[in-house]
Design a protein around this ligand. Sequence first.
Ligand SMILES: C[S@@+](CC[C@H](N)C(=O)[O-])C[C@H]1O[C@@H](n2cnc3c(N)ncnc32)[C@H](O)[C@@H]1O
Length: 326
Amino acid sequence: MSSGWSPGKISEKEIADGEAYHRALYHSGDINQPTKWHQESSYPLIKEAMDNISEGSLVVDYGTGTGGSAIELLKKLDEKGVTIDLVLIDPLVSWFAKAREILGNREGVHFELSIRKNESGQISFRRLEEMLDGRQADVIISSSTLHLVPPKAMDDLAIQFANSLSDEGVLIWDSGDLESDFRPKNSTLLHEPYRAVREILRNNSQRVDILSKLSNEEADKSEKRLDRIFPLPFSVEVIIDSMKEAGFTSQISEKVVEFENDDAERFVLVPRLAEIAAPLVVGEQRDKEIRESLKVALKRISDDGKGTDSSYRSHWIYGTHRLGNF
Ligand SMILES: C[S@@+](CC[C@H](N)C(=O)[O-])C[C@H]1O[C@@H](n2cnc3c(N)ncnc32)[C@H](O)[C@@H]1O
């Protein structure tokens, strides 16, 4: 049995959200049937992690979500018969609850919800040092998460990683949504189609009509929230600089991963992500608007030479960082 956080009673909506994201990673929700993009993008990160894990290692997965990266790591560890202590960390109850449902019966797996609410209802992130309760990890992985961390928070997060690793420890991350000067011209960023959907829908007449009935303040707040779902990408240099400041040495590599159009549709229709169409009312009509906008966005990407009729090419960056030299 695992330990730590469990979701308690969550709403039908939250359950559906976690289930939908899980199904965006695994066909029919079957962990033995990962989507091509999930398997191919996570493969280099899992391989690097496996090269640094030994029996009994303490491993942290920072940004577990519904468990996509942890599941792939545990599959490989099971294959090799290696057992570890695995600490899973995420701020989003709906997705993290799905990870708890899938991995909650495993020995050696511990869950930490990474946000807390104070008495006046304000939400803040908990520090990694606190969540590890003074323990230092041998390996920290962070898959498809660092591009969601605001650049101004990166220096401090790098310090938390440095404080939470043993002297020989290693931090391994991947991201498909970082700018770099080495991205091949025939590829794009992971979230580019979904940012394009947001832009297409920004001027959708029904949406504009509903927004116009809100106060300026309410409309502005709602629009800002939507812009944070697929934030504008920043440069990989932001992460590399923060890691350097925190005392890490870095190795960076890259890979282009085909993201199939059907998978892109399943991805953007995950309830939390489909919120980019708010305040359109949740339902068939809203989903239709999203699907149509996505078709337009994917066609533009393909016409631009960054994809084909059936997929787009996402550019992934992989970072490995040590406190000593390589
Ligand atoms: C795309 S998911 C990746 C989940 C998992 N690692 C995988 O590979 O499937 C990114 C996760 O990062 C979490 N996240 C978002 N913003 C974050 C932040 N500022 N700090 C830490 N985690 C964050 C989200 O809750 C989400 O579960």
